[in-house]
Design a protein around this ligand. Sequence first.
Ligand code: NAP
Length: 243
Amino acid sequence: MTRTKKTVPVALITGGAKRIGKAIAIRLANRGYAIALHYHSSKAEASATARRIRQRQGHCELFCCDLSDPAAVCSLIKSVLKTFSRLDILINNASVFKPGPLKDARVSELDRSYAIHLRAPYILMQEFASLQKRGQIINILDTKISQNAVTHVPYLLFKKALADLTRLAAVELAPAFRVNGVCPGPILAPEGKISDYLKNAARTVPLQKSGSPEDICDAVEMLIDHNYMTGQLLFEDGGAHLL
Ligand SMILES: NC(=O)c1ccc[n+]([C@@H]2O[C@H](COP(=O)([O-])OP(=O)(O)OC[C@H]3O[C@@H](n4cnc5c(N)ncnc54)[C@H](OP(=O)(O)O)[C@@H]3O)[C@@H](O)[C@H]2O)c1
């Protein structure tokens, strides 16, 4: 059980064990947030991230949850509140980036993408808004929501839906909650992809380079700091959404 004071703000990051989620967790811990770090299968990486945060005198507790299980998702916010007594920021970052055009992607993949990219964030936002008086929600989307590339149809379909949910929630949950999105361009190659993946992706971006997890953290911090912003989708993508 954590020993944070009730005055310390708390951030929950889904899929925070590694990659972009880990960078966001470390950045927010450095800003003084106690971190509720959600993970599913990456227990060792989650523990290593928590250790790193604690080594710098930060607070971090781990929460394991399969986001494809709606009952488990329903209890995640309550578990965080039981541990920390408050929640200030929810970052819906977890994702499954599986290729598949409409003709090839199985219905089971459509169901999985719906569960991770839309249903879980929906439930978490709903629980957060009903159990806390105020807060902020940041949904991590994708620059591709502005286009119709058909390489990852189940993924993109529900990222687009989450972008719409971001704006709907910004209206419904105001003034107590601000709800925004970050739309990354090419940041990290999918796990297991060859090293040229990012180089090739960078060539298709106006700024001719890929971004870094730190760039996404900058966007998250900007949204946190801008008190009059809600319903924004911030494209951190080297201009990719303009094409
Ligand atoms: N990487 C990029 O260049 C890029 C580009 C555009 C948009 N984005 C967006 O940025 C965000 C972070 O990207 P990323 O590449 O760092 O993400 P990622 O590595 O693909 O996934 C992040 C985490 O999602 C969690 N996750 C997957 N299925 C889950 C499930 N059933 N239950 C619970 N957690 C689950 C995994 O946690 P465990 O490992 O613990 O299982 C995983 O580590 C995502 O929303 C992604 O769509 C990324």
